[in-house]
Design a protein around this ligand. Structure first.
Ligand SMILES: [Zn+2]
Ligand SMILES: [Zn+2]
Length: 376
């Protein structure tokens, strides 16, 4: 009898005892398999963690190499790049010990500040969960060798290798200086990733040549510019030999014509002067100064016409408004020394400029036989 009393104060039949430390399973001492949590942790740990890893980081852009693959992210410092690379490499190598269903990296900490390439020790806190749902945690020390290299993208950029060329030209085939500046300002607003793919910009007499590392980036750049400047693209692709590894090398040329006109400009469409009422990235509204007809064209429609820049003719005059009454508006031709008067009935004076008509004010006008357009 006394024996059974003894048993009930120590262990009942249903008690689970850890064979290593002899303690009893309880809510504060959960078991994993037949071991208590502490003994399991001591015997097996949480994960198989390599004690040494080697990482390679691009010294130019911070990309890192996993196996044979380069991973492009946007680290701002070497330290950030190293942490990201160490984390990714460890995640691919760490395996939970038998009895645990998964393991993750709870914390990573370099034992010294990272400011150059070399060797570092990282304290890796691994967290795992057993099949029974018991959460375990253990610190491991991993030696990390950090090497510098250049990733393929940066190699291409450094040696000026390019696969694609975007030739930016203007109306009439030539890009004026102010247009070049508009294009350069616009390129500057591109995301850094895209800008980095432009190896070089050649300032040519006829326009700008953008050398781009790859065809995809070139197409994105050309498409963005088309959308901004009512552009027209023509692509030509040529094979230009083979690389050392035998792969065929292609070269893409995108000829991009842009209409970098502004509201109030005059351009020639099929030989007829047109005043630009309004231009957005993909649509232009025009008024034909000879026929008075208004049109609204998308970029395909626009470029299907013969587009030329307008050479000022004698129809453009600098005038001063002399007088106006319900029947006549009288202008003086300034270049004639204010001597010759030009008279139009008010309904045949079309004010395209964002200006009020006032006696004594000067304007630029376009004169047809029928209509006088105030242009600015
Ligand atoms: Zn134990
Ligand atoms: Zn790089």
């Amino acid at each position: 009898m006394s024996k059974s009393t003894n048993l009930s104060t120590e262990h009942s039949r249903s008690d689970v005892i850890c064979p290593v430390c002899g303690r009893k399973k309880s809510p504060v001492l959960p078991f994993i398999g037949n071991l208590c949590k502490d003994c399991f942790l001591e015997k097996y740990g949480v994960a198989h963690v390599p004690d040494y890893i080697h990482i390679t980081i691009c010294s130019s852009c911070g990309a890192y190499k996993i196996g044979k693959q380069w991973v492009y992210s946007s680290p701002t410092t070497l330290e950030e790049a190293v942490y990201e690379a160490v984390y990714t490499v460890l995640m691919s190598k760490i395996k939970p010990v038998t009895g645990l269903s998964y393991v993750s990296i709870k914390n990573l900490e370099s034992q010294s500040p990272i400011n150059t390439y070399g060797e570092y020790y990282f304290k890796v806190t691994a967290e795992g969960k057993s099949l029974e749902g018991v959460v375990l945690e253990k610190d491991y020390m991993v030696k990390v060798r950090v090497s510098a290299a250049l990733c393929p993208r940066c190699i291409r950029r450094k040696i000026g290798y390019h696969e694609a060329l975007v030739q930016v030209r203007g109306i009439g085939g030539k890009l004026e200086d102010f247009e070049k500046n508009l294009v350069l300002d616009y390129l500057d607003t591109f995301p850094l990733k895209l800008k980095e793919q432009i190896v070089d910009i050649l300032d040519k007499k006829e326009g700008l040549d953008l050398l781009v590392t790859d065809a995809t980036s070139a197409r994105i750049i050309a498409s963005k510019m088309s959308g901004r400047f009512l552009g027209k693209r023509i692509e030509t692709y040529s094979l230009s030999g083979r690389r050392n590894d035998g792969r065929r090398l292609g070269h893409l040329t995108i000829s991009l014509r842009i209409a970098s006109v502004r509201n109030g400009d005059i351009i020639c469409i099929d030989g007829s002067p047109n005043y630009v009422l309004d231009i957005t990235g993909n649509r232009i509204r025009l008024i034909d100064l000879e026929s008075g007809r208004e049109s609204s064209l998308n970029s395909d429609q626009f470029w299907s016409h013969k587009i030329e820049s307008y050479t000022p003719s004698s129809k453009i005059k600098k005038v001063m408004l002399l007088s106006r009454d319900p029947h006549t508006i009288v202008f003086l031709d300034i270049e004639s020394g204010y001597t010759s008067a030009i008279e139009y009935p008010p309904e045949r004076v079309v004010n395209l400029a964002d200006k009020e008509l006032r006696e004594g004010d000067e304007y630029i006008a376009y004169l047809t036989g029928k209509v006088l357009y105030i242009i600015s």
